[in-house]
Design a protein around this ligand. Structure first.
Ligand SMILES: Nc1ncnc2c1ncn2[C@@H]1O[C@H](COP(=O)(O)OP(=O)(O)OP(=O)(O)O)[C@@H](O)[C@H]1O
Ligand SMILES: [Mg+2]
Length: 528
């Protein structure tokens, strides 16, 4: 982590590093500034393209290459960053990506491109460096420090990899902040004196999350969080593209799905149609020259859809998001009526049907005072500024009134953290939804006579069966004093810091001797 004052000499920014799009913002002498391109776009596609001439493109120009060069156009890095390549979940994600991903050192996902192999952390670093460069050009000075946001359910490995990506992009990371907390900050939900329960409904491009926060006097506490990794705008685009493709097949006997490039163009058109339907009742358009007829004649693919038809098409997906919302509320022992304020975050909450369904569920108008596509970055920028401001002042002990609630953000662990014990069991050291920073310690004894070594296998998840949990890493404690079984006691300590990063240590408690033990978090390379 950065030392106090480090990275605070230049501009300080907040970054929403999204699966599909990223946004960067900063609080300056002029107030909050969201960095935009010359067309007014704040959204920078989180895409890196390796072009045959050796150029590396990032952002909008990179995204445009996805259709023509899918193997070298790297998107959705956030889906695999910091995850062990070999884990079944990660493999499932990788199987859906059009580019090649293979395991590197420590199971870190490595992307194969025409320019060579690159870790997913490096890919994200390129996106972050691009955002940073844009901010520097806009602000007219170097950007040295940042707050980067991550989903509340990101594991330690995912947070650490994100942090490393920002460091590789040349910034000091002041804090890794949960996205819903950032959104609540942006919407002014942490105002001093207020005491509320806030629900943050975040439906972006690839994922859906719902988080319940308790807010009191500038303090944010995550009460519960949950979501679906594959629910969002991308699904809507595909549902719509399926509809367009099917009717074209029926009328023209041409299957656009057979060709990935054609399919991608239809999906792109579907996204534009979807966005148009958020502000108009119906849409007509064509995908030009999608096929060739007799004599090489070009054939366009026409499409048309009403908003009502679109809403019917995505009804099931919205149902799923609302089911998940109810489940998260139940986890916190709450019902929709307990929620005082609802924040809408993510581009897909611009869909009128989504807003309507959320309003009906909670029986109140959601807060949309900040653009849902920019709220997370704005909150991160406020928080970054507050951390900077706090560093400029002697500590006062009470920072409740500071913008962004410095030092008072209370987040929770997104998974239970534990270690493997006898017979595939898991001993939990830190429960899911424990407020961080936190720690947990357990004593274990040896099971063999004269046992000289123990292996401590660390995992996360709620299964309570090691084989069904996500394996995080392993540490070995050797040179134990020879003793009858049960006599040697090993103290295992877990510490989760304010960024949600886990450190594990083990100590021979019987002799009082400290033994060195290092955790190799899978999905991360120790050298990157
Ligand atoms: N006006 C609109 N109406 C409907 N959908 C929209 C609108 N504007 C943007 N979107 C959709 O929002 C999605 C992008 O949202 P956002 O930028 O919040 O995602 P993200 O943060 O990158 O993804 P994630 O939150 O899954 O990591 C895209 O699917 C896009 O098509
Ligand atoms: Mg997002």
């Amino acid at each position: 982590m950065s030392h106090p004052g480090e990275g605070l000499d230049g501009a300080i920014v907040g970054i929403d590093l999204g699966t599909t799009n990223s946004v960067i913002a900063s609080v300056t002498g002029r107030g909050l500034e969201v960095i935009r391109d010359r067309h007014g776009n704040a959204l920078v596609p989180s895409v890196v393209a390796f072009v045959p001439n050796g150029e590396v493109l990032v952002g909008r120009r990179a995204r445009d290459r996805a259709i023509i060069d899918p193997l070298n156009t790297i998107h959705s890095a956030k889906r695999i960053i910091g995850r062990p390549c070999g884990a079944p979940d990660t493999q499932r994600v990788i199987s859906q990506l059009p580019y090649i991903v293979s395991p590197g050192q420590n199971e870190e996902p490595i992307v194969r491109t025409r320019a060579g192999d690159e870790s997913v952390t490096q890919i994200s670093a390129r996106v972050l460096a691009h955002l940073r460069a844009g901010a520097q050009a806009h602000l007219g000075r170097p950007v040295t420090g940042c707050v980067v946001t991550v989903p509340a359910n990101f594991s330690d490995g995912q947070r650490e990899a994100t942090r490393r990506a920002a460091v590789a992009a040349g910034m000091h990371v002041l804090r890794i902040l949960n996205e819903p907390t950032a959104a609540a900050i942006a919407l002014g939900m942490g105002a001093p004196g207020s005491q509320r329960r806030v629900g943050v409904f975040d439906m972006g491009g690839g994922t859906f999350d719902f988080t319940v926060l308790a807010v009191h006097d500038g303090l944010f506490e995550v009460l519960a969080t949950g979501g679906e990794p594959y629910l969002g705008g991308d699904d809507f685009d595909h549902v719509l593209a399926d509809r367009f493709a099917r009717s074209f097949l029926e009328t023209m006997r041409i299957d656009v799905n057979a060709d990935p490039e054609k399919r991608a163009r239809v999906v792109r058109a579907a996204e534009q149609a979807k966005i148009a339907l958020s502000s108009q009742g119906s849409i007509d358009g064509v995908v030009p020259s999608i096929a060739h007829g007799v004599g090489g004649m070009e054939i366009d693919m026409p499409y048309s859809l009403s908003r009502a038809d679109f809403e019917a098409l995505i009804g099931k997906q919205i149902d799923r998001a609302l089911d998940t919302t109810n489940q998260v509320l139940a986890q916190a022992g709450l019902t929709p009526a307990h929620i005082d304020e609802v924040a809408l975050v993510g581009g897909s909450t611009l869909i009128p049907a989504v807003r309507r369904r959320v309003r009906n569920l909670f029986g109140r108008e959601p807060n949309t005072s900040v653009n849902p596509l920019e709220a997370v970055a704005c909150g991160a920028a406020y928080h970054a500024h507050a951390l900077w401001a706090a560093s400029q002042m002697p500590p006062t002990g009470s920072e409740a009134g500071s913008p962004g609630g410095v030092g008072l953000l209370m987040d929770v662990t997104s998974h239970s953290l534990g270690i493997a014990t006898y017979g595939d069991n898991v001993e939990v050291l830190i429960d899911k939804n424990t407020t961080i920073p936190c720690e947990g310690t357990r004593m274990f004894s040896t099971v063999l006579d004269n046992q000289r070594e123990v292996s401590i296998r660390v995992c996360q998840g709620e299964a309570r069966r090691f084989s069904q949990s996500e394996f995080l890493g392993e540490l070995h404690l050797s040179n134990l004093r020879p003793a009858p079984r049960g006599e040697t006691q090993v103290a295992v300590e877990f510490i989760v810091d304010a960024n949600g990063i886990l450190q594990v240590s083990a100590r021979d408690a019987t002799t009082g001797q400290l033994a060195q033990a290092q955790l190799a978090v899978r999905g991360l390379s120790r050298t990157s």
